[in-house]
Design a protein around this ligand. Structure first.
Ligand code: SF4
Ligand code: SF4
Length: 196
């Protein structure tokens, strides 16, 4: 399966998850402008396949905006490395998402039955279990990739040797072992039992 086919399959997987979870989401209190989850929730896991889609979206913005986004991604990475809370680099000042159509599954699966506060979102346990299964399917689909916090995965994709290998379908965990270990990236095929 090439990258374009994987992206199509990923979108299908999002759609299937949305259908499965419609009952739970109908009861959610989430709505535009409510963004505690984008500012305080902290850890935002993405797969490399999702990171690639986000990078492609960034390139559609005007150069000045791209530079602003890159600075925010860099700040997010630095904050996370220093274990400090950090706002998502894609959250706009009016609390909307700059990449809403391309947002990763971590954001798609998140909703709450009560407005979030210190204790984070309140999610039905069955919906949590469904989301875990979907994460597994996404990791199996991205079986030559990795998973981890958004700005770490984007930084990995910015490494040219890795980018070239990954987009050509290559797989060499030893080549990124140092960065992967220091940034707690997981190997998708190990996490999800994907194809060898
Ligand atoms: S998950 Fe929480 S903070 Fe995010 S939109 Fe829903 S209620 Fe608001
Ligand atoms: S990508 Fe968008 S929805 Fe997800 S945390 Fe960032 S601003 Fe929020």
């Amino acid at each position: 399966m090439n990258l374009r086919q994987k992206r199509e399959k990923l979108l299908d997987t999002y759609r299937q998850h949305d259908e499965q979870g419609a009952y739970f989401r109908e009861k959610a209190v989430c709505g535009p402008g409510c963004a505690y989850c984008c500012t305080h929730y902290g850890h935002l896991d993405v797969t490399t396949l999702e990171g690639l889609i986000i990078l492609k979206k960034i390139k559609t913005f005007a150069k000045a905006e791209q530079n602003r986004i890159q600075k925010r991604i860099f700040k997010n990475k630095r904050d996370k490395e220093a274990k400090k809370p950090s706002v998502c680099p894609f959250l706009t000042p009016d609390k909307t998402c700059l990449i809403y159509e391309q947002r990763p599954f971590s954001c798609r699966q998140l909703y709450s039955l009560k407005i979030c506060g210190e204790h984070g979102p309140l999610v039905h346990p069955q919906a949590v279990a469904q989301a875990r299964e979907t994460v597994k399917r996404i990791q199996q689909l991205d079986h030559t990739g990795y998973s981890g916090h958004l700005s770490y995965v984007l930084a990995l994709l910015e490494q040219k040797p890795f980018y070239r290998l990954y987009t050509a379908g290559g797989f060499d965990p030893a080549g990124i072992a140092g960065f992967g270990k220091s940034h707690s990236l997981s190997i998708n095929r190990q996490s999800a039992g994907g194809k060898e």
